[in-house]
Design a protein around this ligand. Structure first.
Ligand code: AMP
Length: 190
């Protein structure tokens, strides 16, 4: 059984994993946000439910507990919420990947294509070291472009990507195709 469910989540103090459908029920669909045609997956109800959030993080950590992770990399902005909590649970450091001009120290950057236009992610040059074993975490895997940019940044620093883990995966967008050679795990799939 993943390490600390019994210790930290009274509601889920059971010998079997919490029912994923109870967590899925706390994810809210917002149609046409932030633009027409997008069904936005709003995780704020899940974030706001203490026992459910703890169980969520413990399950994500358990999926990656054994891969010898040195650092967790989280992608701005909701990836910070999930990634920092997973890093805490694994007892390893956290590295934020940010939008341009947000990080104060020297940075490396990767630009990638979106449906309309391009986006850029930056990482501090000393955030991961060559040989580090890095887990990439975000809230949603959609087309995979964002996670692929994160993989490029981490590998560019000489570190190894040991996995990419997501709270939600929109499987019909085939984001995993953008992450060849990366073990991908997600808690909830649509
Ligand atoms: P992608 O690069 O297409 O895989 O998109 C992943 C990023 O966009 C993640 O950082 C998500 O936070 C965000 N994202 C994409 N699609 C959605 C969605 N339907 N609901 C919420 N967030 C999304």
């Amino acid at each position: 059984m993943p390490r600390s469910w019994a210790r930290r989540t009274a509601q889920y103090c059971v010998p079997v994993p919490p029912d994923i459908s109870a967590l899925t029920a706390l994810i809210r669909d917002i149609p046409d946000f932030p633009k027409p045609g997008i069904m936005f997956k709003d995780i704020t109800p899940l974030l706001g439910d203490g026992p459910a959030w703890v169980a969520t993080i413990e399950m994500l950590a358990a999926l990656n507990d054994g891969g010898g992770v040195d650092r967790v990399v989280g992608i701005e902005a909701r990836g910070f919420l999930v990634g920092a909590a997973v890093a805490f649970s694994l007892g390893v450091g956290f590295v934020p990947l940010r939008k341009p001009a947000k990080l104060p120290f020297h940075t490396t950057s990767v630009s990638y294509s979106l449906e309309y236009g391009t986006e850029t992610l930056e990482m501090h040059t000393d955030a991961v070291r060559p040989g580090d074993r890095v887990l990439i975490v975000d809230d949603v895997l959609a087309t995979g472009g964002t996670a692929a940019a994160a993989v490029q940044l981490v590998r560019g620093a000489g570190a190894t990507v040991v996995g990419a883990s997501f709270l939600l995966e929109l499987t019909f967008l085939h984001g995993r195709v953008q992450l060849p050679g990366v073990p991908v795990s997600s808690l909830i799939t649509y």
